[in-house]
Design a protein around this ligand. Structure first.
Ligand code: HAM
Length: 428
């Protein structure tokens, strides 16, 4: 027989681990709702062309990391490596020109064929936020503060925000011309990876991790010096605003991001506790993407947070699960039928009830209730069931006698009153 295993770089998540994921997702969704950001869901599978055009063929993501295959109709399809291009496609396809500006979020799996290690997987999850149709400085600031506040709300400390500006298309062209000249002269002093990037994606060389190349780059022309007056002013204003809002940041002239669509503001949030995969959030402005993909000119800005890295960073307090309110102990043919009926009735209340399905002895079922630390217990034997009744009480030995009540299955009012008085639970 085959021993099936999951694919390298993918992960199974079990109920105990998912408690934290669900708590994190809930906090994020609440925070986004408060900021009036609405959810969008796009397909996980897209035409390959979308990412080649959207992210850029010279980027590592497109040239080395995509999960691409031909479907049965011989169409080239790709499992999305990120969400921004898909959101842009969805908006263009559905007539963005007739819509007002959009504040959107998405959460879900992304796929990149990278070398797996702690905090880096081949199937990973992102929360992405995209503000489409927004040009103002305030939208840059709102995006950065939203990312910062989500991380703060989750209790994550010791984060570093790094920002840079990539200028507009024209700024970048004039920089690139000078930078390419410099690269030709200094080519042999660069590491091999950087040398390969000269033709494909020279800007990415600035982001190298190679210490020797980093040193050599210190003498290279800086994109910053090629910014137009307008781009420079925009960047200066953003820094001013961040200072006013007391959001600490560092400037990093080498922060160029791995995807080709960025213009002006680029930012990343990192944490020292994450080791080598330290970036928990990355984002920036992408004013040309929608136009490049066939839509009308539409300014936009966004970010994505890697959920695996977020989970590694968030505290143990998010591992707490909801307590069981009622455990239904039942034994006997009639008792089991009544217990099933009762558990369906209990789903009309805002409570967590668990029906024992084992048919084990009463004492074993009590032990299970005890292990779960259930707040209360319902006991049904055939004697009660034949009278269409059940016994309910708090699962606390001291108070067992005072609050024990025998209730008929049809007596909704009596059940309401007991739950309300003893567990503060109401019908939902
Ligand atoms: P990104 O920087 O490629 O940006 O990814 C954002 C975040 O996703 C990273 O900072 C990291 O936390 C997480 N991440 C990326 N790759 C992996 C991986 N292999 N395993 C685990 N986590 C990973 C984007 O994807 C852009 N779409 C962000 C954006 C939205 N820019 C504008 N709007």
């Amino acid at each position: 027989m085959n021993n099936f295993k999951n694919l390298r770089g993918t992960v199974d998540l079990f109920p105990d681990q998912l408690i934290k994921w669900q708590n994190v997702e809930k906090i994020i969704e609440e925070q986004l709702l408060r900021a009036s950001v609405k959810e969008i869901r796009t397909p996980i599978l897209e035409m390959t062309e979308l990412f080649m055009r959207g992210i850029g063929e010279g980027s590592d993501v497109v040239s080395k990391e995509m999960y691409t295959f031909l479907d049965r109709g011989e169409r080239s399809c790709t499992l999305r490596p990120e969400g921004t291009a898909s959101v842009a496609r969805a908006l263009i396809q559905n007539g963005i020109s007739t819509m007002p500006s959009q504040k959107l979020w998405y959460m879900g799996p992304m796929f990149r064929y990278e070398r797996p290690q702690a905090g880096r997987q081949r199937q990973f999850h992102q929360l992405g936020v995209e503000f489409v149709g927004y040009e103002s400085l305030r939208s840059d600031i709102e995006i950065i503060t939203l990312a910062w506040d989500i991380l703060a709300k989750l209790g994550i400390k010791e984060l570093n925000l790094e920002i840079n500006t990539l200028g507009d298309h024209i700024d970048r062209l004039s920089f690139q011309k000078e930078f390419l000249k410099w690269l030709e002269v200094n080519k042999n002093s660069l590491d091999l990876d950087s040398q390969k990037r000269i033709d494909k994606n020279p800007l990415r060389i600035l982001d190298t991790k190679n210490i020797q190349t980093k040193k050599v780059l210190e003498d290279a022309p800086r994109l910053f010096d090629f910014l137009s007056e307008k781009s420079l002013q925009r960047y200066t204003n953003i820094k001013e605003q961040l200072k006013l809002l007391k959001i600490p940041f560092l400037e990093n002239f080498n922060l160029v991001r791995g995807l080709d669509y960025y213009t002006h503001t680029a930012f990343e949030i990192t944490s020292g506790s994450l080791g080598s995969q330290s970036t928990v959030c990355g984002g920036g402005r992408y004013d040309n993407l929608i136009n490049q993909m066939g839509g009308k000119e539409t300014p936009a800005i966004g970010f994505a947070i890697g959920l695996e890295r977020l989970i590694l960073l968030s505290g143990n307090n998010l591992e707490e699960s909801r307590e069981t309110d009622i455990y239904i102990v039942n034994k006997g043919i009639h008792a089991e039928t009544l217990a099933m009926e009762l558990s369906r009735k209990l789903r009309n209340y805002d409570l967590l009830a668990e029906l024992d399905l084992t048919g084990a002895s009463f004492s074993k079922q009590f032990k299970k209730a005890n292990k779960l630390k259930s707040k209360s217990i319902i006991v049904i034997g055939d004697d009660e069931a034949l009278k269409n009744e059940f016994v309910i009480r708090l699962f606390n030995e001291d108070s067992a006698q005072n609050n024990e009540e025998t209730i008929s299955l049809d007596d909704v009012i009596k059940l309401d009153n007991w739950l309300n008085k003893n567990l503060l639970i109401k019908r939902s």
